[in-house]
Ligand binder design. Sequence first.
Ligand code: HEM
Length: 496
Amino acid sequence: MLFKSLLDWLDMKWFLLFLCVFLLIWDYVKTKTTPNFPPGPRAFPFVGNVFYLDPLSPHKYLTKMAEVHGDVYSVRLGQQVFVMVTGFKMAREALMGQADNFVSRSPSAISDRVYAGKGLFLSNGLLWKKQRRFALATLRGLGVGKGSLERAIQEESKIIQDEVSHEKGEPFNPKQMFHNGVANIICAMVFGHRFEYTDQRFQRILHVVSETMYLQSTIWAMLYEIFPSLMKILPGKHNGIFHGFEEVSGYIREELEKHKKDRDPAAPRDYIDTFLDEMETTTEPPEAGFSEANLVLCIVDLLIAGTETTYTTLLWAVLFMIKFPDVQKRVQEEIDAVVGKSRLPSMADRSSLPYTDAVIHESQRMGNILPLGVPYMTVRDTTLGGYFIPKGSNVLFNLNSVLLDENEWKTPNSFDPENFLDADGKFVRKAAFLAFSAGKRVCLGEPLARMELFLFFTSLLQKFTFSVPEGEDPSLEPAGGGIVAPQPYKICAHTR
Ligand code: HEM
């Protein structure tokens, strides 16, 4: 009996030993790289360097590693090896010099489950190309860069001004107002209508979108990316990501059904109508994605990308204004001189407001809401910085390192609008301003975001002086998240 147990135990021991050796060999083969592949820090089996990353600021470790391994190096995160591109010189070479090589998104277990290759943000190939072209044309058709949309943003600015006035100079957190206002612009474009800020359904969707984005930056999402099959069956916060996407998609499907009932194909009102028209008339193959399932996921992307990014940037901009009251004063003086107080600022004023324009850009540079951009995958063999990067490699652009590149900015690490001004005080476009990234996958909403930031920001500073509530000292340290927001803060707004 004892002898048999010993044999069983030895069998089990050998089995476990064999399993460990097998898993180590499998792990080695799976992450083995080609000769002259960018070098990088030593990695643990299975998890790589993932536990060195601070989930709230992963770019910090990745920037530090570039000091040791150079502007092009590799790092293993879970089962995936990423080529890290650091600093403006290498980012420009890859995104602009070799734009055709850096065009696809890298695979991800979460996006595979949610998107299955559809949508705008994480899709690739023909579907991405056709959908991106359609989205750009449709957003233009719906007013981006034109007076009609400008008026809609001005009207929303007025509503935000009224909301701020209701606070009567008492301390308040502006987050929800900015969130509501920005979300209403993209909602008007995709659904054809805005929402009252008190609308419970609207608030619920905004909350779910934010929460879903946040969960994707947590350790739960990292674990799902490393062990998808296991995590799929385990309880945990990662499940909230999938529930969140499902809830938002469910709402969009309801809007879609309403549109199908009351649309007039001769007069499309919004993104949904325009897409439904395209579905009926398109000569594209099914792989181009003109289907209802894909429409829902494209709208999910537009809602996420079009809301979280822009309102977070506005939060940074107002935070910088209360931390740097002299800068705020100069912006107000410029707005007073050019626009006055009797009308709202318009896009035509922008070229006459160089200091204000510089402040908005500087807020984006220092706010730096997407420090690692969105992961890429090379579509053919390429070389960068003297290293060989084979087709199918994952690539991350450290946009944080570009926006703080010491070779490109007068004062890389401190908030200073002079970074965007010449000696005569004229606004200067800086090539290293890659807040919207660059190349073939450059932010699709950049023109819309620029309009919104300019009109919302200027209308706020035209009407109010913002200050830090007594006894408070808001931090400039980021709170982290998928889209990096400032830590919650309060302001006092005094009508000017
Ligand atoms: C301050 C505001 C914004 C910032 C800083 C920003 C930044 C970015 C960045 C860095 C990317 C990744 C580009 C790359 O892969 O290299 C991106 C992609 C994207 N953005 Fe924005 N964005 C903003 C606003 C918007 C808005 C308002 C929309 C809505 C229309 C939008 C829609 C998108 C979409 C759909 C993509 C994916 C493009 C593709 O993969 O082809 N963004 N954005």
